[in-house]
Design a protein around this ligand. Structure first.
Ligand SMILES: [Zn+2]
Length: 246
C-alpha cells in the first residue's frame, strides 16, 4: 500500500489527478475558471450550463450528480436521473459517464478499478468522514465485483490541515477516527486528507494519491466555503471522474 502526496497540476484551467490520468481515467477538480458548479450562491441554470460545458470539454454527454447530504449512503448509477438520488457516494461500471461531486471545502474522493474500469466518487466533509463514506464506497464497489487489488484512489483538493481549525466538541467527535488531529498554536486542526486516506487503506486500496491542495490557502484559483467573500458568497467546484467509451 502506498500513500503518495502528488500536487495536482492545473491544465486548461482544470486540476487533474496525475495518477488516475496516467491509468486512462478522466479525473480532476474544476477551478473558478469553469464557474460555479453547484450550491445556492449562483443561479442554478448558470451552474447547470457550467456542468454541461465541463462535460462536453471532457468528451462526456453530461455530469451525473447526487444530492449530497453529508452522510454515507452510496448508490450505483447507470444513467442520469432526476431527481438526483440522495447519497454521498456513487459508482458505475459503465464507460461514458462522468461522475461529479460538488465541493467547496469538503473532500472529493475519486476511485477507479484498473481491472474492471469501474469508477466511484464520494463527498467527505467532517460528517461524511466520521460516517466513513469513503469506506462505504470501496465496500460497495468491491461487493459489486471491483477488484480491491486493482483499486487506485485520489483525495482531491479540500480544506487542508493547514486551515481546518475545529473546536473541542468536534475534536472529541473525530478523535475515534485515529491520529488525524493536529495541534498548533493552541488550536486543533483536522486532517481530512489523512483521515480519508486511512479509510481507503484500511480496506486494502493499494495506491492512494493525495492532491495536497487546500481550497482556502492553496494558491490555486479555488472557492472555499470558509473563505467566502464579504457578502458571504462562494462558488462550488466539481470533483469528477469517468472512463471514456473505448
Ligand atoms: Zn490551507
Amino acid at each position: 500500500m502506498s500513500v503518495a502526496s502528488v500536487t495536482w497540476v492545473e491544465r486548461d484551467g482544470l486540476l487533474r489527478s496525475p495518477m488516475l490520468g496516467s491509468r486512462g481515467f478522466v479525473a480532476g477538480f474544476t477551478t473558478r475558471a469553469q464557474g460555479s458548479m453547484a450550491g445556492s450562491a449562483y443561479p442554478l441554470d448558470e451552474q447547470s450550463r457550467n456542468r454541461a460545458s465541463l462535460a462536453r470539454s471532457l468528451g462526456f454527454p453530461g455530469v451525473i450528480r447526487i444530492k449530497q447530504v453529508h452522510r454515507n449512503a452510496v448508490v450505483r448509477v447507470e444513467r442520469p436521473s432526476e431527481p438526483w438520488p440522495e447519497a454521498d457516494g456513487m459508482w458505475t461500471d459503465r464507460p461514458g459517464l462522468l461522475l461529479g461531486i460538488a465541493a467547496a471545502d469538503c473532500v472529493p474522493v475519486l476511485i477507479a478499478d484498473t481491472r474492471t474500469g469501474m469508477v466511484g466518487a464520494a463527498h467527505a466533509g467532517w460528517q461524511g468522514t466520521l460516517a466513513r463514506v469513503a469506506e462505504r464506497l470501496v465496500a460497495s464497489m468491491t461487493a459489486a465485483g471491483a477488484d480491491a487489488d486493482g483499486l487506485i484512489a485520489a483525495i482531491g483538493p479540500s480544506i487542508g490541515p493547514c486551515c481546518y481549525a475545529i473546536d473541542d466538541a468536534r475534536a472529541q467527535l473525530l478523535a475515534p477516527l485515529g491520529d488525524h488531529l493536529r495541534e498548533r498554536d493552541g488550536r486543533v486542526f483536522f486532517d481530512l486528507w489523512s483521515a480519508n486516506a486511512a479509510q481507503l487503506a484500511s480496506l486494502g486500496v493499494p495506491e492512494i494519491e493525495v492532491a495536497g491542495i487546500c481550497t482556502k490557502s492553496g494558491g490555486a484559483d479555488l472557492w472555499s466555503y470558509r473563505a467566502r467573500d464579504a457578502q458571504g458568497r462562494y462558488g462550488t467546484q466539481l470533483g469528477f471522474i469517468g472512463r471514456e467509451r473505448g
